[in-house]
Write a protein that binds this ligand. Structure first.
Ligand SMILES: Cc1cc2nc3c(=O)[nH]c(=O)nc-3n(C[C@H](O)[C@H](O)[C@H](O)COP(=O)(O)OP(=O)(O)OC[C@H]3O[C@@H](n4cnc5c(N)ncnc54)[C@H](O)[C@@H]3O)c2cc1C
Length: 498
């Protein structure tokens, strides 16, 4: 392996992790990133003492992080690299009728709260958690933590029982009737599907693994914010000898009939290597960095996850009563997803999320002030470009203030010192995310497991992929898994060539 070299396009989580594994095995790795810093959509904006995580705000699935840091050589625990605190309650849910529910691992508190919504619902939660436990452990072992290089690795006799055990053919929301009657509780334990770019009305019931892991394993927050995960990974990458070139966009992957030869950068420079690994969004790579092909067109026609409009506010006072993670959920839940997924728009009464990081780490805002992030899910960019993102942004902004007023916060607008907003256009421009889709290709059944695009190109056999639009899919810890799996694939191929 020592004489081998790999070029990586993009310093997102998948790219950094793959690069580190490769370099730890003696391979010469160079990462080329268009932006001036690493992290991709796990990015940070800092201004006047306010620090904003512009992408992920929740460290979920801690067991996966632990395993991936361990695989990267962090022997004792990821706690060595990250100063983590558990966030409990995880989310404060606020319903349209003003009722609130604090999701917590404190089962006594859950029992007291749930029984006020629906008698007997705590028993429903315990049964739902039992199913979530099964889905989580089977899902991680059989589907997430491995790749599928051949159809015969996916369609095995051993996997047949998964059709029953993981409920992939049963709709998540419909499945909730087995546990709860109250629509607010069905909402409370399915909204996480939006992370996969899916409506709970179409998502497989398998995704009960998400609410399960949040309550069972916890949601965490690293001191310094989510960007400190990027910093920890970059330390490991640099220790392993990975070279990074920032502020350099890749314009083309140079190929011959069967191989990738290297990269052509926007400044005209050419780089060569034995293999290329693309961490930039996979459908974007097919469409813009490779020669025209029918595959690129068919990928562009696949289903993409939703996008979000995000507001980053530096505020001149502290809103102590605002919890770290507040989710405003809407009664017209189905309409919300129809509007986002079918109409590619903003719902009339959108579900939305507010993050107040200074509740968890006071250093995220200057003393006596606040740092607030509001995220409103919307449809991704349409083919015809008809969406008026300025108008949709203004509507979303009003909805955030309207929902905050239900918590008695009515003066926020007048206390905003500065505001930065991201629309789907920003996601596209900043990170080359196709259609401005924040979670890449969506995670419906026909785009999961073996059906998700392979992490090696079918024609150029030394061109590989990693990241959210590849296997296993979106999420920070899953991007770490994806990076490891892709690195392993490259090393296996190098090994078989030697
Ligand atoms: C708003 C939002 C909220 C999220 N919340 C959470 C959360 O709470 N928890 C969680 O676990 N996950 C969350 N995620 C998902 C998580 O952030 C992503 O799944 C993960 O970071 C994806 O990493 P990736 O490896 O696909 O790389 P990406 O982030 O896609 O990075 C790819 C890199 O490639 C670079 N690049 C692109 N084109 C080129 C080019 N031509 N030349 C050079 N470089 C290029 C880009 O600039 C970028 O740096 C969220 C994502 C978003 C957007």
């Amino acid at each position: 392996m020592k004489s081998k070299s790999v070029l990586v396009i993009g310093a997102g989580i998948g790219g950094i992790v793959a690069a580190t594994h490769l370099a730890q095995h003696g391979i010469k790795v160079t990462v080329v990133e268009k932006n001036s810093r690493a992290g991709g959509r796990c990015d940070r904006i800092s201004r006047d003492g306010h620090h904003f995580d512009t992408g992920p705000t929740l460290l979920v699935m801690p067991l996966l992080y632990e395993a991936e840091f361990h695989a990267l050589g962090v022997q004792a625990s990821m706690h060595e690299k990250l100063d983590l605190q558990r966030v409990d309650p995880t989310y404060h849910l606020v319903f349209d009728d003003g009722r609130q529910l604090a999701l917590t691992s404190d089962m006594k508190s859950m029992q007291e709260q749930l029984e006020t919504f629906e008698q007997g619902s705590f028993q429903g939660l315990l049964r739902y958690m039992d199913e979530g436990h099964r889905h989580y452990h089977l899902g991680i072992e059989k589907l997430v933590n491995r790749d599928f290089r051949k159809a015969s690795e996916f369609f095995t006799l051993e996997n047949i029982p998964l059709v029953y055990k993981l409920k992939p053919l049963i709709n998540h929301y419909g499945n909730m009737s087995a546990y709860f009657d109250d629509p607010r509780l069905k909402t409370a334990f399915t909204f996480q599907d939006v992370y996969m770019g899916l409506s709970p009305f179409e998502a497989p019931a398998t995704f009960s693994m998400m609410p399960y892991t949040e309550l069972a394993h916890g949601v965490f927050y690293p001191r310094g914010g989510m960007y400190s995960i990027v910093e920890a990974l970059m330390d490991l990458a640099r220790e392993a000898g990975v070279e990074f070139i920032f502020d350099s966009a890749v314009e083309k992957i140079a190929v011959n009939s069967a191989h990738a030869r290297g990269l052509v950068l926007a400044n005209g420079e050419r780089l060569e290597a034995d293999a290329v690994l693309a961490n930039a969004d996979l459908p974007y790579v097919y469409k813009y960095l490779l020669p025209e092909s029918s595959l690129a067109d068919s990928l562009a026609r696949k289903r993409f996850s939703c996008s979000v409009i995000s507001f980053f506010w530096g505020v001149d006072k502290t809103y102590e009563t605002l919890p770290p993670h507040t989710l405003f959920l809407a009664d017209d839940y189905r309409e919300n997803f129809d509007s986002i997924i079918r109409d590619l728009s903003l719902p009339a009464n959108p579900c939305l999320y507010i993050h107040a990081p200074a509740r968890l780490d006071p250093a995220m805002a200057p003393s006596g002030q606040d740092t607030l992030i509001a995220i409103v899910p919307v449809g991704h960019m349409s083919e015809n470009g008809e969406q008026d993102w300025g108008a949709l942004r203004d509507k979303a902004r009003k909805q955030v203030f309207r929902r905050l007023a239900t918590l008695g916060i009515t003066d926020l607008e007048s206390h905003i010192k500065f505001e930065t907003t991201f629309t789907p256009l920003s996601w596209l421009k900043r990170y080359n995310l196709m259609k401005g889709s924040t979670h890449g290709l969506c995670h419906n059944l026909t785009q999961l497991g073996y059906f998700r695009p392979r992490n090696r190109h079918s024609r150029y056999h030394n061109l590989y992929f990693t990241g959210a639009s590849t296997h296993p899919g979106t999420g920070l810890p899953t991007a770490m898994v994806s990076g490891r799996l892709s690195a392993q694939r490259i090393m296996d191929d190098f090994e078989s060539q030697s």
